[in-house]
Write a protein that binds this ligand. Structure first.
Ligand SMILES: Cc1ncc(C[n+]2csc(CCOP(=O)(O)OP(=O)(O)O)c2C)c(N)n1
Ligand SMILES: [Mg+2]
Length: 798
């Protein structure tokens, strides 16, 4: 238990952070010159709702090794707390939601004040803490981070946030992996953005969490309430509170003491002791009593957190709170985007004892001497180790990645072979790779890797089939040394797991190189979580296979059309779609290095890509077996592959047609060039390994030229500069044609872009390529249409 002085300091700090967050919002909305009259949604009331809980956490309960995801709209109160610690600047607070100011939603990458997990898209930060805890277990089980105490991974969850299904997907997965050290603190203010929460929903959640082995701690009554309940008639008051509908409780909270009195006396008047209990309190005391819910009661919160520290079971705290607590808009159902008027603010400011002109002063209006407060802040456990961002040295990457070459292979097969070679090597890189897949380990070719490196579990489990000597291709044993994390089918979990693994260097100071596999079309299922992972700058290799209509007999439900565009558009994710396995080996080698970079660096003058900063990588692979080119991988070729394209056949000086292809349609492009060779001169064949990087380099070079760097040339510009102006360009990909269509704008070549636009059919690859017009005949027909000349003899009527 904390002593009385400690408690009064904490309660002053609570008042202070509520003041600062409210002032930050007020300032941004009414006073900043560039406020643009923008209405600030959500922050005010949501922040206030968490003011007590965050005070209890950051100023008392948290330890430096703990990591927290704060619900998005509580960012002002988070920033206010960091400001008191000296980790946030006044300048950034004054500029809250402004250009380069403190972020609307806590951001790992954009905020300066040591945000552990970004939040914004509700539900994702919650699951992130669970997966981070699994990663902590992984790190510890591998004997790493020995000096780092185990931390709690904590999420502040809005009650309406619990509607997000991904939270329950994570809960299920966490149960399978025996999740520990995870706290989810539900801000149970019974309000969402639009509405008041359905009655009785909480009982369902409670049962659910307990079912999954979580401890559930309900913080409903604060200490004032508990004291009142112990008075004569207190049981009647408690019964009244328990039966009070959410809507009514909110409405009375908004209306204040007199309304409470009226209502309580209406319902409980003339009933002896309980009437006296009500009557002996002033309006103000009554309002304080009725709003003294567990989530606004420091002693109850501190006690609950302290108890939970004594074990490592996951805990769900249900903390009853009031949205807008302590503000004139407390409890109002419309308060989500509510703001204090200038008049309300002035009155509230006076009540807080903050003099005009001193609003940002750290200790203004506090009823504890400044020296004592400063001394207190210095000894807060959470800040004892300074900034809690770690880094880890880069794991060296071999010069080349080997694979047993075969005359014909698919890129998916090549991926499995390359990983298998790594698995049998004793290269340090292999020990730091972690693979994970949502129930598609075998079907994405991770089987051989898992055979060698094993499945991860904190406790060993033998493979019963092996023990019973039943022959099987797969020898999968769970052990604390295993390097594959098997997930259930939920793709959201895959991406959040990748996000957690991919932050291990920063969270736990241990480098992990995560590889996640899934079927390409199911990227859509987890796209928000993928975006979230990238936004946090998590580092991972995403291998999506099979893809496109090339998985022909699987049909429309499994065919991915738009994923190459996701790969191009997703910030923080470099995407590639190689056709051949030697290309894949170069790309994977590069990826392992790229994943670990975090430099600043100017753009590369050859490609105009900003590779020094590093990022994640997406490989779109295929199950189609292609005849492999017999060639030496020269450094120049490897560079071109990484920059996004190389000439498989260089166009001659009088070229009439260039075919640019990506991925599994390589044989069609090669065949088409053969069919046209007699009737079109000097045809070029461009292999595009990364539309994403080719395009990014081009955009960057143009921007550089616009800024005066007249010499800037990107890779694609150099490649196409060799192509005569009158030459037609046919692009082809098993994906949306827009992926490569922009290439026509680089030098102004007339372009026809082939690809897939509609949900597919089942059939053979040939059937479907024909159906979509991406077979050799389709390419030839397109060439004939845009690069006129004599009729192409091999073009059949289609
Ligand atoms: C995925 C997603 N959908 C919608 C929103 C918009 N949104 C922000 S806060 C919110 C309501 C949150 O209610 P609750 O979690 O109870 O927090 P409170 O407002 O009570 O603080 C909504 C719908 C969002 N941020 N993310
Ligand atoms: Mg709520």
């Amino acid at each position: 238990m904390v002593d009385a002085r400690h408690l009064s300091i904490l309660s002053e700090l609570e008042r202070k952070v509520l003041w600062l967050s409210t002032w930050t919002i007020h300032h941004a909305n009414h006073l900043r010159s560039n406020a643009d009259g923008l209405k600030i949604g959500g922050h005010q009331a949501s922040s206030a709702s968490l003011s007590t809980i965050l005070t209890a956490l950051y100023f008392a309960a948290l330890r430096p090794e703990d990591r927290v995801a704060v619900k998005p709209h509580a960012s002002p109160i988070f920033h206010a707390i960091q400001y008191l610690f000296g980790h946030q600047t006044r300048d950034k607070l004054e500029n809250f939601r402004g250009y380069k100011g403190a972020q609307s939603y806590p951001s790992r990458t954009k905020d300066v004040d040591d945000v552990d997990f970004s939040t914004g898209s509700v539900g994702l930060g919650v699951a992130q803490t669970l997966f981070a805890s699994l990663v902590q277990d992984y790190v510890k089980a591998h004997g790493w981070a020995k000096d780092l105490p185990e931390g709690r991974m904590i999420s502040l969850v809005g009650d309406a946030e619990m509607d997000e299904g991904n939270i329950f997907e994570a809960l299920l997965e966490g149960w399978k992996h025996g999740v520990r050290n995870t706290w989810w603190i539900v801000d149970y203010n019974r309000q969402s953005l639009d509405a008041v929460i359905r009655e009785g929903l909480w009982e369902r959640f409670e049962a659910l969490f307990r079912n999954f082995g979580w401890e559930v701690v309900i913080l409903k009554y604060g200490s004032l309430m508990k004291e009142a309940f112990a008075e004569p008639g207190g049981d009647r008051l408690k019964a009244w509170i328990d039966c009070c509908p959410n809507q009514l409780y909110s409405a009375l909270t908004f209306q204040g003491g007199a309304a409470w009195r009226r209502r309580l006396l209406d319902d409980l008047g003339d009933q002896g002791p309980v009437t006296r209990l009500i009557e002996k309190r002033s309006d103000e005391e009554l309002a304080r009593l009725m709003s003294n819910l567990g989530g606004h009661d420091l002693p109850s919160l501190l006690d609950a957190f302290e108890k939970a520290r004594h074990h490592d079971k996951p805990v769900c705290f249900i903390a009853y709170t009031i949205k807008g607590f302590g503000l004139p808009l407390a409890g109002h159902k419309d308060n989500h985007s509510g703001l204090l008027t200038q008049k309300q603010m002035a009155a509230w400011q006076e009540a807080q004892g903050v003099r005009p002109g001193h609003e940002w002063d750290r200790f203004e209006g506090m009823r504890i001497p400044q020296g004592e407060l400063e001394a207190f802040l210095k000894q807060v456990p959470f800040v004892q180790k300074g900034r809690r961002r770690y880094s880890a040295p880069a794991v060296p990457v071999p010069e080349t990645l080997a694979f047993p070459a075969q005359p014909a292979m698919s890129t998916q097969q090549g991926f499995g072979l390359i990983l298998n070679e790594l698995a049998r090597s004793d290269h340090a890189l292999a020990d730091r790779i972690v693979t994970t897949a949502p129930d598609v380990t075998v079907s994405t070719n991770l089987g051989a890797w898992v055979n060698r490196r094993g499945l991860f579990a904190r406790h060993s489990m033998v493979d019963t089939f092996k023990k019973e000597r039943i022959p099987s291709t797969y020898n999968w044993e769970f052990s604390p040394k295993g390097q594959h994390l098997e997930l259930g089918i939920a793709e959201m979990n895959l991406f959040i797991m990748l996000s957690a693994l991919g932050l291990s260097h920063s969270l736990f100071g241990e480098r992990i190189l995560p590889i996640g596999t899934l079927y390409d079309p199911f990227i859509y299922r987890g796209a928000d979580a993928l975006n979230y992972a990238c936004y946090q700058d998590a580092r991972f290799l995403l291998v999506a296979t099979p893809s496109g209509v090339t998985l022909a007999p699987e049909g429309g439900a499994h065919q991915s059309i738009g994923t190459p565009l996701i790969g191009m558009a997703q910030d923080g994710l470099a995407s590639f779609e190689p056709a051949f396995v030697d290309e894949l080996a170069v790309i994977m080698r590069w990826a392992f290095d790229y994943l670990q970079r975090d430099g600043e660096g100017a753009p590369d003058e050859r490609t105009w890509l900003r590779d020094e900063t590093g990022g994640s990588v997406y490989l779109r692979l295929s199950t189609r077996s292609l005849e492999q080119p017999q060639r030496a991988m020269t450094p120049a070729l490897a560079d071109d592959i990484m920059a996004g394209a190389y000439w498989l056949r260089k166009p001659g000086p009088n070229a009439q047609v260039v075919v640019a292809y990506t991925g599994a349609v390589a044989p069609e492009a090669i065949a088409a060039v053969g069919l046209m060779a007699e009737d079109r001169r000097d045809i070029g064949l461009l292999a595009v390994t990364s539309a994403d990087r080719l395009n990014a380099g081009w955009t960057a070079a143009q921007r550089a030229r616009e800024r005066g760097l007249v010499q800037a040339r990107s890779h694609v510009e150099r490649l196409l500069a060799e192509v005569p102006a009158h030459c037609g360009l046919v692009t082809v990909i098993d994906g949306h044609p827009a992926t490569l269509a922009w290439m026509g704008s680089v030098m102004g070549h007339r372009t026809r872009s082939l690809g897939v636009e509609h949900f597919g059919q089942t059939g053979t690859i040939q059937d479907l390529y024909r159906h979509c017009g991406i077979d050799a005949q389709g390419i030839v027909a397109a060439a004939q249409a845009i690069a006129p000349g004599r009729p192409i003899r091999h073009l059949k009527a289609v």
